[in-house]
Design a protein around this ligand. Structure first.
Ligand code: PHE
Length: 342
């Protein structure tokens, strides 16, 4: 009997179980009513009286050993299942998902434009959206009867005693910088501008501009063209071509409008470029000497170029947004489409 107990003890001590189910099988094998340890207890009756005390103690301690051993095996197997289940799960994550916003497409494109001009040495200048007549019109050589000075085109806040209005372009920031700084000046002016237009898919009463200004000795139209070519290729790809068409602005002379080759049809002509192969993206020109003088810069010493573009227009070209109103409706389904552009 004692030999049987010792053999069983050795057997139990060397048990292993890799799964909770295997541990349960061991419990049945050794500790259930018909298990090996229970069978020993049944045979206890046949042990001679003088050995009963010793054998009884051995059987009891064997039972304790088996119970403890099998419980431990089961707990260990359960723990390793739990570890396997959490593999690949980040336990440091917050329990609830924190909704992250996306950058507005106009911000993405504005940042990209500022970045490109930043690489050419332009720094960012900003100014107020509520302006006076001087900074938006008079300093920029607008004649007194220019249509932009009409209520139909410009939002006036008051006309008496002086004109206070919402700026119609960020050229007003250029005036403010020229008044305070002597050349060299090399700035880009991003910001929101307002025009009194009926809201539709193609026009809005406010939009965003980036205007640029470079003033120094010997700045030429060739410098302007090269800077704009660099910009167009950085923004729309290295194959992009540009073309300058003569135009008119009160504050530049000569003035031009710039087109880029339509990247939808590669210049062959499609519905997007209305069959011309070109799309207009900005206005530009050499700063009119009258503007330099009005801002306290000696036009016999310095020349400069300026350009201005609509951020919405560039964004439309890049992302084909068909309706301008999408930009200001705050529809998250629209905004989420730009997640990948970050
Ligand atoms: N200020 C012009 C506009 O608002 C753009 C422009 C800027 C044109 C500088 C020429 C030079 O349309």
């Amino acid at each position: 009997m004692i030999d049987r107990i010792n053999a069983l003890r050795a057997e139990i001590e060397s048990l292993t179980a890799s799964t909770p189910e295997a541990a349960e099988q061991l419990r049945i094998k050794y500790l259930s009513k018909k298990g090996a340890v229970s069978l020993l207890m049944n045979d206890f009756r046949t042990v001679p009286a003088e050995s009963k005390r010793e054998v009884g103690q051995l059987i009891n301690s064997l039972k304790n050993l088996a119970t403890e051993k099998i419980n431990t095996l089961k707990a260990d197997a359960e723990a390793s299942v739990a570890i396997a289940e959490t593999a690949g799960i980040d336990l440091t994550r917050t329990a609830t998902r924190i909704p992250a916003g996306t950058r507005h497409p106009l911000s993405l494109v504005r940042n990209e434009i500022l970045d490109i001009f930043g690489r050419m040495g332009f720094t960012v200048a900003e100014g107020p959206e509520i302006e006076d007549d001087w900074h938006v019109f008079s300093s920029l050589n607008f004649p007194p009867d220019h249509p932009a000075r009409d209520m139909q085109d410009t939002f006036f806040i008051s006309r008496n005693p002086v004109d206070v209005l919402l700026r119609t372009h960020t050229s007003s920031v250029q005036t403010r910088v020229m008044e305070k700084t002597q050349p060299p000046i090399r700035i880009v002016c991003p910001g929101r501008v307002y025009r009194n237009e009926a809201i539709s898919a193609r026009a809005h009463c406010f939009f965003h501009q980036i205007e640029g200004l470079y003033i120094d000795r010997n700045v030429s139209f060739a410098d302007l063209k090269q800077a704009l070519l660099y910009f167009a290729r950085q923004m729309f790809g290295p194959e992009t071509k540009i073309r300058l068409r003569p135009s008119y602005f009160p504050f530049t002379e000569p003035s031009a409008e710039m087109d880029i080759s339509c990247d939808l049809c590669g210049g062959k002509g499609c519905s997007f470029c209305k069959g011309t192969g070109w799309v207009e993206i900005l206005g530009c020109g050499m700063v009119d000497p009258n503007v330099l003088e009005a801002c306290g810069i000696d036009s016999s010493q310095f020349t400069g170029y300026a350009f201005g573009m609509g951020v919405e227009r560039i964004t439309n070209l890049k992302y084909r947004v068909k309706d301008l109103r999408m930009f200001s409706e705050n529809d998250v389904r629209f905004l989420r489409e730009f997640e990948a552009a970050h």
